[in-house]
Design a protein around this ligand. Structure first.
Ligand SMILES: Cc1cc2nc3c(=O)[nH]c(=O)nc-3n(C[C@H](O)[C@H](O)[C@H](O)COP(=O)(O)O)c2cc1C
Length: 158
């Protein structure tokens, strides 16, 4: 059985996801960012995470040559960041709005968690590429996460 794109979106939209912003340093040395919901933990030993990047995304080209990426798990007051880094425009990160991971990845100030990883594998996944990173640095903060569900942003009930 095959399903149409609308059904796929409706059904998979029922799966709540955290909202992350993935950052890489592109070949010119600029920080580039993209909103990513398809981010997950993969392995504890070694410590691996994965992110799925659309092959047509602006970031996809630079991602192919990147050696590391940063992940900022957005906090529930960072919806504007999610919208901004999903917009179809150039998405630079300003130095004033980020910290640096030990290896230099931009990590957004005010996030719920920060991760910096070294890319260890890339796997084809239909119209996306599954990028696997080994965690080199991670920190969690006492801020509730932003959640995306059925096409809208939600917050966890406290
Ligand atoms: C909440 C949310 C989650 C998203 N998750 C992903 C994702 O997991 N992978 C992906 O490739 N794009 C994801 N996107 C889309 C990208 O952020 C971006 O909008 C898309 O790549 C189109 O822009 P571009 O072609 O300029 O890169 C998500 C967007 C939003 C708003």
């Amino acid at each position: 059985m095959s399903i149409d794109a609308e059904t796929f979106r409706q059904v998979l939209g029922a799966v709540p996801t955290a909202v992350t912003v993935l950052t890489i340093v592109d070949p010119s040395g600029a920080d580039r960012a993209m909103t990513v919901g398809a981010f997950a933990s993969l392995s504890l030993d070694p410590p691996l995470v994965l992110a799925c990047i659309g092959n047509d995304a602006m970031l996809a080209g630079a991602m192919r040559s990147a050696t590391r990426f940063g992940v900022s798990v957005l906090a529930d007051d960072q919806e504007p960041m999610s919208r901004r880094f999903a917009a179809r425009t150039l998405r630079d990160v300003a130095a004033s709005e980020c910290l640096r991971g030990p290896a230099g990845s931009a990590l957004l100030d005010g996030a719920s968690a920060h991760i910096e990883c070294r890319i260890v594998a890339r796997h084809p996944g239909g119209d996306h590429t599954i990028v696997v990173g080994e965690i080199e640095y991670a920190a969690a903060f006492e801020r509730p996460p932003l959640v995306h569900h059925r096409g809208t942003y939600s917050r966890l009930a406290t």
